[in-house]
Design a protein around this ligand. Structure first.
Ligand SMILES: [Zn+2]
Length: 315
C-alpha cells in the first residue's frame, strides 16, 4: 500500500464530530475536482471521483447525514492504466441542493463564471476546527504524499488557481510555507521539507501516519549518520595505511643502500618496530620502545628516516 493510501485511509476513518467541520471537509473535498452537470430546466447535480473507497464512503455519509441530501456511490474500473477502481460520489439534482451549491460557490448570477471568490469563506470555515477539516477534505480529494523512505514530497493538485492560493493561505495559518507551481492545466501546492510535512499531517489529524513518517525519518537519518561516520573512519584508516606503507618503503630503501645496522641506535629501533608493526599507530609504536617514547618523539624519528630515504633517492 502506498503511503498516500495509508494517510487517506486514516483520514477517511477519522471521526469528524462537529457538523461545521463535516461540512467544511466535504466542501474541501468537492472543490478538488468535483463536477457539476446541468440537466434540463437547469437541474444541477454534483459528482466527484476518487480512487479511495473509504473517502467516497465518508463523503457520501456526510451528504446524507449533514446536508440531508440523497447521494449515491458509483464505481467503475479504469481499463487501461493500472486497472484502478474509481468511485464516484454523486449528488443528484434535488430539492435542498442549493445549500450545498452555495457553499461550493456554484450559485451565483452567472453559473459558469463563479468560483471560490464568490463564496463567503466564512460560511464554510466557521472556526479553526473547520480549517483543519477543510484541509483534510482537500487532501482526501486531491493530495498525495511520497513514501518517507524516498524523497520528502507532499502535493495537492487543483484545477483552480484561486483555490491554490486559498490553500496556501490556510496553510500559512499553521506556519506551513507551501510552494506552488503550474503544471499543464493544474496548479500544485507542494511541501518538500520533512518538518512541514509532519506539521501538515498533524493539522489534518493523520496522527498514526505522522508517527510512521517520523519513525522512517529517524531511521533514515541514523543510517545516513552511520554511513558518514564509516566513510570518515575509512578515509582516516586509508591515510594511516598509506603513510605506513610509505614508511616501510623508506626503511627498506635505507636497509638496501646503507643497511639499518649503520643507523644510530634511536633510528634503528624505530625502523625495526615500524616494519614489524605496519598497522600500529605512533602511540602504540612509542609504547613498544624501551624506554617508551611519546607520539611526537616517534613522529620525529620517523620523519628523520624519511629524510634519509629522500636523500638516498636524490643520489
Ligand atoms: Zn468546525
Amino acid at each position: 500500500m502506498s503511503f498516500s493510501v495509508t494517510v487517506k485511509n486514516e483520514l477517511a476513518h477519522l471521526k469528524t464530530e462537529k457538523e461545521c467541520c463535516r461540512k467544511a471537509e466535504l466542501v474541501g473535498f468537492l472543490r478538488m475536482g468535483g463536477n457539476i452537470s446541468i440537466g434540463g430546466k437547469g437541474k444541477i447535480s454534483v459528482s466527484m471521483e476518487t480512487e479511495n473507497a473509504a473517502a467516497a464512503r465518508k463523503m457520501f455519509t456526510t451528504v446524507r447525514e449533514v446536508f440531508g441530501l440523497k447521494a449515491e456511490i458509483l464505481m467503475y474500473k479504469k481499463r487501461k492504466l493500472r486497472k484502478n477502481q474509481i468511485f464516484i460520489v454523486r449528488i443528484p439534482s434535488q430539492t435542498g441542493i442549493e445549500g450545498l451549491l452555495k457553499l461550493l460557490g456554484l450559485l451565483g448570477s452567472d453559473i459558469w463564471g463563479v468560483g471560490i471568490e464568490e463564496t463567503d469563506l466564512n460560511q464554510v470555515i466557521t472556526g479553526s476546527c473547520c480549517t483543519r477539516s477543510y484541509l483534510r477534505g482537500v487532501f482526501l480529494g486531491g493530495g498525495s504524499i511520497n513514501n518517507p523512505e524516498g524523497n520528502y514530497h507532499l502535493e495537492i493538485t487543483t484545477a483552480d488557481e484561486r483555490h491554490c492560493d486559498l490553500i496556501v493561505a490556510l496553510l500559512e495559518q499553521y506556519d506551513i510555507a507551501a510552494k506552488t507551481m503550474a503544471r499543464k492545466n493544474s496548479y500544485i501546492v507542494y511541501l518538500k521539507e520533512s518538518d512541514q510535512i509532519v506539521e501538515f499531517l498533524n493539522v489534518i489529524g493523520a496522527h498514526h501516519s505522522l508517527l510512521e513518517f517520523e519513525n522512517t525519518r529517524v531511521m533514515k537519518d541514523m543510517r545516513n549518520r552511520v554511513n558518514r561516520l564509516v566513510n570518515c573512519e575509512t578515509a582516516n584508516l586509508n591515510k594511516l595505511i598509506n603513510a605506513s606503507m610509505r614508511q616501510a618503503e623508506d626503511i627498506r630503501l635505507i636497509d638496501e643502500k646503507i643497511g639499518i645496522e649503520k643507523l644510530p641506535l634511536s633510528l634503528r629501533e624505530i625502523a625495526r618496530i615500524r616494519l614489524a608493526y605496519p598497522d600500529s599507530s605512533y602511540k602504540e609504536l612509542g609504547d613498544m620502545m624501551s624506554p617508551p617514547l611519546g607520539k611526537s618523539g616517534v613522529n620525529h624519528r620517523i620523519r628523520r628516516l624519511s629524510e634519509i630515504a629522500e636523500e638516498l633517492r636524490g643520489k
